[in-house]
Design a protein around this ligand. Sequence first.
Ligand code: GAF
Length: 383
Amino acid sequence: MGQQVRDGFVELYKTAPEGVWSAPGRVNLIGEHTDYNDGFVMPFALPHTAVAAVSRRTDGVLRLHSADVAGGVVELRLDDLVPGTDRKWTAYPAGVVWALREAGHPVTGADVHLASTVPAGAGLSSSAALEVVVALALNDLYELGLQRWQLARLCQRAENVYVGAPTGIMDQTASACCEEGHALFLDTRDLSQKQIPFDLAAEGMRLLVVDTRVKHAHNEGEYGKRRAGCERGAALLGVDALRDVPYDGLGAALQRLGDDEEAVRLVRHVVTEDERVERAVALLEAGETRAIGPVLVAGHASLRDDFRVSCPELDLVVDTAVAAGALGARMTGGGFGGSAIVLAEAADVDTVTKAVLEAFAAAGRTAPRVFEAVPAAGARRLS
Ligand code: GAF
């Protein structure tokens, strides 16, 4: 796709770009709604990427174009970029430029042409991919010397403040820092990372992504409500973040919350989910990959019953896949639609896929999109 995006840039701007970069979407193996609680996550990068051809400008102008969106080049003045004013796709790349400049980096303009193969609205981080590809390109071109985790932080700021979606740091870090053949064990408190080898094919397994095609959106309220509820729970327990509630102190913490049902459910999910991430990492490191299946299923139940971010279609994927012999399954990403992941023996993939498609047809729902995910590379310069 790199060459196609380069050619697209030349056609639009009548000159060659200074370079071409790519940044992937992700699936999250385990660790959901823990990142804004300073907790643990374990995503891996998808082969689906956002690709950007970019050149610098010196006149304070940002020109943006996407091959995926109808309409021409959008021209913006850097001095006019104001958080919360753009409701379109352009808010993601423009937000990155805004965040870089706000942090004092000398970005004086850019011409950008983008195209992405990350399905939009499927809970696979299409927006983080857009942010990270632009951040990496500008970091290289303007020789800003920022490290990957710093780029992720700036992209999160673009998303939180400029776009107005109160997300955590997982998606941007996954896109910026993941490595081929590995899942990324990330501590979202200090952004310390460990690359965990994750080669399912070598062990006779597969991981499927099932995009339910039910659209989700982070700035539509429910995500923000969960986040605020977690912050409230932490305040009630007198900790900085729910990460600070130890797993073996969960019983006492829940008792302290008494009959505050809402706080009990949110706290229980976050604390048990952090423990599930640590358990999954330990199992993977011990070579007991199949044993993460039940951990995924328990994570889904917690997201469905305690955190309440699943939906009937996601539950249908998980229940059907497990009943058809999958090792494990769970929703991935923010929820309220989007995608689920299914871990299965290679030999069972066809049976499980067929069962899921038939269940959706029987329930009169739009057929989901099913594809295999193999851990791919993080953001990089293509040319
Ligand atoms: C979305 C957010 F962008 C992430 O930060 C994370 O909170 C996730 O939902 C839930 O784990 O993808």
